[in-house]
Write a protein that binds this ligand. Sequence first.
Ligand code: AHG
Ligand code: MN
Ligand code: MN
Length: 309
Amino acid sequence: MQKHVKRGLWNHLMKDGIEMGLASIIYEVGVASKYVNHAMRTGDLGLAGTSNLYGEDQLALDVLADEIIKDRLDHTGRVRRIISEEQSEIIIFDREKRSGGYAVCYDPLDGSSLVDVNLSVGTIVAIYAGEDPLQDGSRQVGALYVLYGPRTTLVYSAGHGVHEFTLNSLGEYVLTRENIRLKESGRIFSPGGLRADYLPEHEKLVSHLEDNGYKLRYSGGFVPDINQILLKGGGLFMYPATTKAASGKLRLPFELNPMAYLMEAAGGAASDGEKPILELKCHDLDQRSPIYIGSREEVALAEKILSRK
Ligand code: AHG
Ligand code: MN
Ligand code: MN
């Protein structure tokens, strides 16, 4: 029987030697994701206690997911401050007097507009030691995402490799991939944005990838698109600066920093087109940046072509 028992999330976090508070944050995001998953797939608001998910006076799924995750993070007793894509300012839990603890940045539901057309969406979380959630990405102590797709999967790293868990029919997250590693180079690319808005150097990079046989894979959901590159072993996801938005679209604290942490932990790279995402000074909740993330070779290629302005 033993050989069939897969490793559960808490068991893995403990074996990974992760500090108890950090482990409980990752675990509680997993708990929250089960309620989000349920609400999304059944139209039932679950925890919110109301029934109709899309009525005018009901919580939108973004807001519901935000409420659920915030409550579970508070429940850990180890989170001091949070910022969420759905909140306009830093939320302070009443633990200021305590030392230690963690700050958490999260996008409760990324790509939520895709739910209506039954495409995959995700939750993205970055974790820092201390109380400040607006730290540079290089100071993360852990990051994870949950992907609500045909399967519901959770991918985390806390400094000892990147690991995937799949939600089973009993509501347990069981280990399905351990120590995920990217190859040096991949064969898929996600261009991002609208071609009509591309700057010349991004246009050149996209044409180069197409001319060299890279396959275009772009769902419009950051989490599934990144997950595909991570699990297919490589490739390049881009969301560029455009003529309409010089800083691109994706947000540094909630979306780019956590994915850059995970991709680097799996042997990949993440750049703003010139320098590593994790080295960007983070000073604003709504800070955006262009992103080129995936296999080392493709990110280096992107930086080379983009520098030939
Ligand atoms: P959010 O739903 O949190 O606003 O994020 C959506 C993002 C991201 O998921 C995706 O990579 C990007 O929007 C797609 O943007 P376009 O629709 O402009 O391609
Ligand atoms: Mn988002
Ligand atoms: Mn969102």
